[in-house]
Ligand binder design. Structure first.
Ligand code: FAD
Length: 496
């Protein structure tokens, strides 16, 4: 494609799910009044209605928007999230935690886990979990905001309420919402650029630049501009989900539960007013009816709405920016919700677009850069998710045997072997999941490295034991001071 020197003034966002409203709020806040923002959505089509667990990077989005945390929590019935409990993933009946935050203290040469492995070898260490505040707090269902970002957390929230909340913010920033079903997409005969969205009820919404947030249908980028979808189903075996909401039972825990089944897994996301539940499964290994029966047999509380099936192909559009269209959200691709990364990717897509925004006209080099950055960012996340499936002791079903035996992407294969041999986790530039995440999941899924960094041998038993003991005591001391998660919610952001 050649460069297009036409300046951009009219920005049209197609779709008003979480992606559409996050993008509308973020772009209008960052790019300001020199643009005219319009968002088209159809109540009749609705939104996917799931997507309620987040990761700590969401704070950046809320900082951009200058949101008041208490107001956000009240508006979305949010709870706090300190990580994910992975149950039955390594072996049936066992669990481990992927928590936010850091475990222990690292030296620049080697992460904390190297020291823990050395101490473990000498019989001086307790469980790896004891050295991480977020993990211990999650297990004991405690939470508080601590000074100096002393606790790393994210949220669970009601996706519908979050959309409504962002809509109020975006409209306050001048975004115009247009209700209507897009019946046709007009393109320029010479350039192939999109010129307008024809609504079924009459008007054409003309624009210079379009953000495709139309969900899995990908009406602009996929259907109209014909950008192919690259499937990653060979590594991510699940292609279906069933979601159901239930009434609240007991106090919400500050973590997501991910419970593996012989053909996929189940999530449980506690909000203040209800619980979000669902199963993610491989349709080749279980039928919808059986998956639904298992889901309903494993939820607590009263079912609020009939479960509904959602089909997906894990993967990504080959490009996410083509001509004058950028796809953000499910229209750009979908990994699967195991590590709650989709909302993060929406936010990243929005902030990346702000950085590269083609105000004075589209240059192909900006388009290429955007596509390159997106691909680099998502492939390492994809690999991290594959890791959970691939490294397991489970062989009790065809699904798990397939996961164990599959050939994983070369970089992931190398990273697993490198950890197995040396305990090293070498991060890629800009990688989302830090060393702490990789180590918790690699150990949690059952890999115990055969060696670790020799620098740890410089510590004699007393020093090493003291080093670990001090961290453990620090964690335990802070933990004692934390109220329960529910007490904190009641104090910090009581229901209005
Ligand atoms: P949608 O919600 O589908 O919105 C599409 C919008 O486009 C709607 O407003 C619709 O009306 C509009 N639209 C479509 N066609 C037309 C048309 N012709 N005319 C007018 N308007 C149209 N993410 C996380 O971060 N954490 C999670 O825990 C998580 N869990 C998930 C669980 C499952 C089972 C699935 C499938 C996804 C999950 N996700 C999760 C992903 C998350 O749900 C999505 O990233 C998020 O909701 C954004 O969706 P969206 O806005 O792209 O699409």
């Amino acid at each position: 494609m050649s460069n297009s020197p036409r300046p951009i003034r009219r920005i049209v966002i197609a779709g008003g799910g979480t992606a559409g409203w996050m993008v509308a709020a973020g772009l209008s806040k960052c790019l300001g009044k020199q643009f005219d923002f319009r968002l088209v959505e159809s109540e009749e089509i609705g939104t996917v209605g799931v997507g309620e667990a987040t990761i700590p990077t969401l704070h950046f989005m809320h900082e951009i928007l200058d949101l008041d945390e208490k107001e956000f929590i009240q508006a979305t019935q949010a709870t706090f999230k300190l990580g994910i409990s992975f149950e039955n993933w390594r072996n049936v009946g066992e669990h481990y935690f992927h928590s936010f935050g850091k475990t222990g203290k690292s030296h620049w040469t080697a992460g904390f886990h190297h020291f823990w492995l050395e101490a473990r070898k000498r019989g001086l260490a307790s469980s790896y979990d004891d050295y991480c505040l977020e993990l211990r707090a999650a297990m004991e269902s405690r939470f508080a905001l601590l000074p100096d970002n002393g606790i790393n957390y994210a949220y669970h929230f009601d996706a519908t309420l979050y959309g409504q909340y962002l809509r109020r913010i975006a409209e306050g920033l001048g975004v115009q919402r247009i209700e209507g079903k897009i019946a046709q997409v007009h393109t320029d005969a010479d350039t192939g650029f999109i010129t307008g969205l024809q609504l079924a009820n009459g008007p054409v919404i003309a624009g210079d630049f379009f953000i495709d947030c139309t969900g899995m249908r990908s009406l602009l980028l996929g259907e109209t501009l014909g950008v192919p979808y690259e499937s990653w189903a060979q590594w991510l075996p699940c292609d279906s989900a069933l979601a159901v909401q239930t009434t609240r039972v007991g106090q919400p825990v500050p973590y997501t539960r991910s419970i593996a089944h012989p053909w996929g897994w189940q999530w449980r996301i506690p909000l203040q007013h209800r619980v979000g539940n669902g199963v993610v499964f491989s349709s080749q290994h279980i039928g919808d009816d059986e998956a639904k029966a298992t889901l309903l047999a494993n939820v607590e509380g009263e079912v609020l709405r009939e479960p509904r099936v959602i089909r997906f192909t894990p993967g990504q559009r080959e490009q996410v920016w083509k001509k004058n269209v950028v796809a953000i959200g499910l229209s750009s691709g979908f990994l699967e919700p195991l590590e709650s990364t989709s909302i993060h990717l929406i936010q990243k897509g929005m902030s990346r677009l702000v950085e590269l925004f083609p105000t004075d006209g589209i240059r192909q080099s900006d388009v290429d850069e955007y596509n390159l950055q997106t691909r680099d960012a998502i492939e390492v996340i994809r690999d991290f998710i594959i890791l959970h499936y691939h490294v397991t002791n489970r062989d009790d079903s065809a699904f798990w045997r397939q996961c164990r035996q599959m050939d994983v992407p070369p970089l992931l294969k190398h990273r697993i072997q490198h950890f197995r041999d040396t305990a090293r986790v070498m991060l890629r530039p800009g990688e989302l999941f830090a060393e702490n995440s990789w180590v918790q999941v690699l150990l949690g899924q059952g890999i115990l490295p055969s060696s670790h960094h020799p620098i740890t041998r410089n510590m004699d038993d007393r020093t090493l034991s003291g080093f670990l003991g001090d961290i453990r005591k620090d964690v335990a001391r802070t933990l004692m001071k934390l109220p329960t998660h529910q007490q904190f919610i009641d104090r910090f952001c009581p229901a209005p």
